[in-house]
Design a protein around this ligand. Structure first.
Ligand code: OGA
Ligand code: MN
Length: 302
């Protein structure tokens, strides 16, 4: 039986059924997934039962697997292998983290609108987040369609953005939350990379706003002006009409295109409910822009 694609909205988000991601996919089914991904940018695969290896095997159809940023963080004990970003609210022993845990403060960054690995070179393409356990209340993930947000911009606003370059770093998004305790090694590892604010998605030819809370500066613009432009664009792109909220069930695998979406996690009582999520992210092979290394900014910049 061929797979089923059921749109959640006309152009953003679809559920994929009649598919078992434990076993290798036929070329036909894989092509159908790729086509749906190019159209919808967010795909939900409900009721999967995946080992880490099966999760990674499916993810690797969409490009080279990244290593999680946790591998670059000082004193981070890993719960899972380096190709999995550990999105759980747990310590290395699997206990719900404590209020003062460094990872807890760090992962609060996922509550800000962002796109994964915009601060890496090459940047992130597909993220595949798998729910092993979910919070009974809250802990949803919201997705914003930054192609639709681009389409809705007036011509003058588009012209203003053409050629603008944002500087992305994990340190910038964490600074927005007041988290500035980075070691020198972390500062080096997370030195900013530069990316245009507008992108074109090769498969569809559609344009998107490439926005994230990881952007801390815009080339050639004062910090004040950059901040107000970023705020204005993020508010525009995250209006309810561009947003889909995913309410997790155990076994959901949700996959999104980081080149043309933003997402954020919604709050839940993370000191009470274990929420165990694994993410695999692939690199954007066609990241033609590359990154311009800006060197290590002075510590005072953070
Ligand atoms: C992520 C992320 C948000 C959430 O996995 O990249 O931002 O709801 N997750 O856990
Ligand atoms: Mn994320």
């Amino acid at each position: 039986m061929p797979i089923t694609i059921v749109p959640i909205t006309p152009s953003f988000g679809a559920e994929v059924g009649d598919i078992d991601l434990r076993s290798p996919l036929s070329d036909e089914d894989l092509q159908a997934v790729r086509d749906a991904f190019a159209t919808y940018a967010v795909l939900v695969f409900p009721a999967q039962d995946l080992s880490v290896e099966q999760h990674l095997a499916f993810a690797s159809h969409f490009g080279p697997l990244e290593r999680t940023v946790a591998t670059q963080m000082t004193e981070r004990k890993m719960r899972v292998r380096p190709e999995i970003a550990d999105i759980a609210n747990m310590d290395a022993e699997g206990n719900v983290w404590r209020e003062d845990s460094r990872m807890r403060l760090f992962q609060l960054g996922n509550r800000l609108w962002h796109t994964d690995s915009s601060f890496k070179a090459p940047s992130g393409y597909a993220s595949l987040l798998y729910a092993r356990s979910v919070a009974p209340v809250g802990g949803h993930t919201e997705f914003a369609d930054t192609r639709a947000a681009f389409d809705a911009l007036p011509e003058a606003a588009r012209a203003r953005l053409e050629g603008l370059i944002g500087e992305h770093s994990l340190l910038f998004s964490r600074k927005r939350l007041g988290f500035t305790q980075f070691s020198d090694d972390e500062k080096r590892a997370f030195a900013p990379v530069s990316r245009p604010l507008l992108r074109t998605i090769p498969e569809s030819g559609r344009r998107s706003l490439y926005l994230a809370s990881h952007i801390g500066r815009i080339r050639g613009m004062s910090d004040d002006e950059a901040e107000s432009l970023l705020r204005e664009l993020t508010e525009h792109a995250t209006q309810r009409r561009f947003v889909h909220t995913h309410r997790w069930r155990v076994g959901d695998l949700v996959m999104w295109d980081n080149r043309c979406t933003m997402h954020r996690g919604t709050p839940f009582d993370d000191l009470r409910w274990p929420r165990d999520m694994h993410r695999a992210t692939t690199s954007d092979r066609a990241d033609a822009f590359g990154a311009i290394e800006d060197g290590v900014p002075a510590a005072a910049d953070y």
